[in-house]
Design a protein around this ligand. Structure first.
Ligand SMILES: Nc1ncnc2c1ncn2[C@@H]1O[C@H](COP(=O)(O)OP(=O)(O)OP(=O)(O)O)[C@@H](O)[C@H]1O
Ligand SMILES: [Mg+2]
Length: 350
């Protein structure tokens, strides 16, 4: 996959990583804005070029069905018989620069079974803490990355599991300065909840990864041979949504007319949104509120909000709107969604 410019984001993230860990960093943004691809790129291509030595542990919760503490521990770790520290010693003695990239924390099967038997998640956390300490003593900076952390938002043992995890993250960052922790999510309701969570106040920061800006889209498409007119069409329909840009390039490569392709996508999206909204037509009061909220987007690309009302929640949960809890604004998940909302309002004359 070709990776397109994210210079600013990469510089910002490197800036955070170069400092001592202080806060948990939540990376958030609209759906398909390129959060996961950006973090992969950082881990695989950017960190290996740095002078410092890093060890990254990427845990993608979307790939698994996590329903309990036990299944969470299982995704946290990755069975491996390799002794990471002898590998480290060998590389250090050879004087080669390196980065260690893992999916999950490598662990021997017998040890994982032991941790699972103990039932107490703190034992797993204690193991991790010592593991990170040992890395640090070897002059390696550990980085822990959770993608789609909201997957575990509803798991409860005695208290919600996520509180236990946040406490652990706080001790790793702010207290022990041991490890950088990044949590990525595109679930706006989750990020909004976290933002208002008392236990996290002053202990985390929020970093928005949004769609590309116009200059970036122009550069990418120009490089792919798009004419000025075609670039304007793509920007009009798709804005800077990376996935839509990539699809537009593919469609043009196979000879599709760009305008026709964009129109087709808009029609599809409008039908999808209409179906969701019209499901609520019988709940007269609620329906009215949804429509009046959407009408704000007839003339605005984004609007301010004070709190998450039921109609905002409904549109967020259906991936039509995106809420930024830091700047308190609401906008459609994509430019195509904005146009689809406008077209829906016009067509149904509501
Ligand atoms: N910087 C980039 N360069 C090239 N393609 C990109 C880039 N960022 C995103 N894409 C394209 O957009 C798609 C979606 O990106 P990605 O999965 O990273 O988004 P996301 O924000 O993590 O989505 P989600 O909200 O579902 O978690 C990728 O599969 C890729 O095709
Ligand atoms: Mg993602």
């Amino acid at each position: 996959m070709e990776f397109y410019n994210r210079e600013k984001e990469i510089n910002d993230l490197l800036g955070m990583i170069r400092q001592e860990p202080n806060l948990i960093t939540f990376i958030y943004g609209p759906i398909n804005s390129g959060k996961t691809v950006l973090m992969y790129h950082l881990v695989e291509n950017v960190l290996p070029k740095q002078e410092e030595r890093y060890a990254t542990f990427y845990i993608n919760l979307r790939q698994y069905f996590v329903t309990s503490q036990e299944s969470f521990i299982r995704v946290l770790f990755n069975l491996s018989e390799e002794d990471i520290f002898s590998r480290v010693k060998e590389m250090i003695s050879k004087g080669i620069s390196f980065v260690l990239n893992y999916h999950g924390i490598p662990i021997r099967e017998s040890l994982l079974e032991k941790l699972l038997k103990r039932k107490e998640i703190n034992d797993a956390f204690e193991f991790l803490k010592n593991f990170f300490l040992k890395l640090k003593r070897n002059d390696i900076k550990p980085i822990l990355i959770f993608d789609e952390l909201q997957v575990i938002k509803d798991i409860k043992i005695n208290e919600p599991l996520i509180y236990r995890i946040f406490n652990f993250f706080i001790s790793l960052t702010k207290e022990l300065k041991l490890c950088h922790v990044f949590a990525i999510t595109s679930d706006s309701t989750f990020i909004e909840r976290i933002y208002n969570e008392a236990m996290l106040q002053g202990r985390c920061e929020y970093y928005l990864v949004d769609d590309f800006d116009k200059g970036t889209v122009e550069r990418i498409l120009k490089g792919k041979g798009f004419s000025k007119e075609e670039i304007e069409i793509v920007w009009h329909y798709f804005g800077g949504k990376p996935i839509d840009i990539v699809r537009a390039i593919q469609m043009r490569n196979i000879g599709r007319d760009i305008k026709e392709y964009c129109e087709e996508k808009l029609e599809e999206r409008k039908n999808w949104i209409s179906e969701i909204i019209l499901q609520k037509e019988d709940e007269k009061e609620f329906f009215k509120k949804i429509i009046s909220l959407l009408k704000n987007f007839e003339n605005n690309d984004s609007i301010k909000y004070k709190k998450i009302t039921p109609e905002i929640l409904f549109l967020i949960e259906n991936n039509i709107l995106f809420a930024d809890p830091k700047k308190k604004f609401l906008k459609p998940q994509s430019k195509l969604d904005l146009l689809a909302i406008r077209s829906f309002l016009k067509e149904f004359n509501v």
